[in-house]
Design a protein. Structure first.
Length: 318
């Protein structure tokens, strides 16, 4: 049951002001959301951007899994891909650069009834937000992080990103990139992520399968999604696209996703490598561990008023 809270001045002056309690509608009686119910502003990405595919499948996931409006939570940082919350008519935050994960962590830890989705790009995730990526992964906080990796800074018009390959010419490396790019898959596994997968925007069916598997995982789920920037790095991922003469190789059927070394081996393959779930581990989440601590501590103060709890703490300081 939920209390109906309406400002007094908005209520009818002639009607019954005693609104009382409004019963919750059981989930079984609720109609699932459609795209028209959750689509907000028209996406402002460049025509042909791979991010369109990810957004369309996010809508499809919400519809398929019957995620209710009040349980949809979309968090993003800064960048082209991070515009996601603007395009989803639900709870969402377009947070500061590189800090989407700590904000999402607070939501996840305080609201165990929802599954938080975080969207970002290669800069927000691996450059300014690289430290938060590492620590959110090692803490195994329950959420899904989809990184749309396009090997370039697109929002600021073509600068070298942490994943730009050697030799890539940009406004910051007119002579060609000379710094070794990071390997997001290897970094995620090493940091302690308990679900690590790889996909591409050009294979919607596979991308949808990875998002569903990530959502079902109890822990920190990371998906590297290759998303082409058609304006500033056209053709970057042609080698992984069969329609462009490339090859889309899925993770071998005999791959043991619980084998960390086997996952590293897959992640170390030259581009385009394989696509699918590289690594998955069943490790207690920070959510579960903190819930146990909170329950244990709360039991000590059961039945006490707030002032009495404060007094006990003050007494311990004497």
């Amino acid at each position: 049951m939920s209390n109906l809270t309406v400002p007094f001045e908005l209520l009818s002056r002639t009607g019954n002001l005693n609104v009382g309690v409004v019963p919750d509608l059981p989930d079984s009686a609720r109609e699932g959301l459609k795209k028209k119910d959750i689509a907000a502003d028209h996406p402002t990405w460049c025509p042909g951007c791979g991010d369109f595919s990810v957004l369309a499948l996010y809508f499809k996931l919400i519809e398929k899994r019957k995620i209710w409006h009040e349980k949809i939570t979309t968090v993003a940082g800064i960048g082209c891909s991070s515009r996601f919350p603007y395009f989803v008519q639900a709870h969402g935050v377009h947070y500061i650069h590189g800090r989407a994960l700590p904000f999402a962590s607070g939501i996840s830890l305080s609201r165990p009834d929802i599954h938080v989705f975080v969207f970002g790009g290669d800069g927000d995730a691996f450059s300014i937000g690289g430290n938060h990526f590492t620590h959110t992964a090692r803490k195994n906080i329950r959420m899904t992080y989809v990184v749309m990796d396009n090997w370039v800074y697109g929002l600021t018009k073509k600068q070298t990103s942490p994943t730009s390959p050697l030799g890539f010419k940009s406004k910051t490396d007119a002579w060609g990139a000379i710094d070794q790019p990071i390997n997001p898959m290897k970094q995620a596994i090493a940091a302690g992520a308990t679900f690590v997968a790889r996909t591409t925007h050009t294979n919607p069916k596979h991308l949808m399968a990875m998002m569903e598997a990530a959502m079902d995982h109890d822990g920190f789920s990371f998906i590297q999604c290759l998303s082409e920037c058609v304006e500033f790095y056209e053709g970057a991922f042609d080698a992984s696209n069969p329609r462009k003469g490339g090859e889309f190789k899925e993770v071998p059927e005999d791959h043991d996703a619980s084998d960390e070394m086997a996952a590293y081996k897959l992640a170390n393959e030259p581009f385009p490598g394989h696509f699918g779930i590289f690594y998955q581990d069943d490790r207690p989440t920070k959510n579960a561990n903190e819930a146990k601590i909170n329950s244990k501590i709360s039991a000590k103060f059961a039945g006490l008023e707030p002032w009495q709890i404060l007094q006990k703490n003050f007494d311990r300081m004497k």
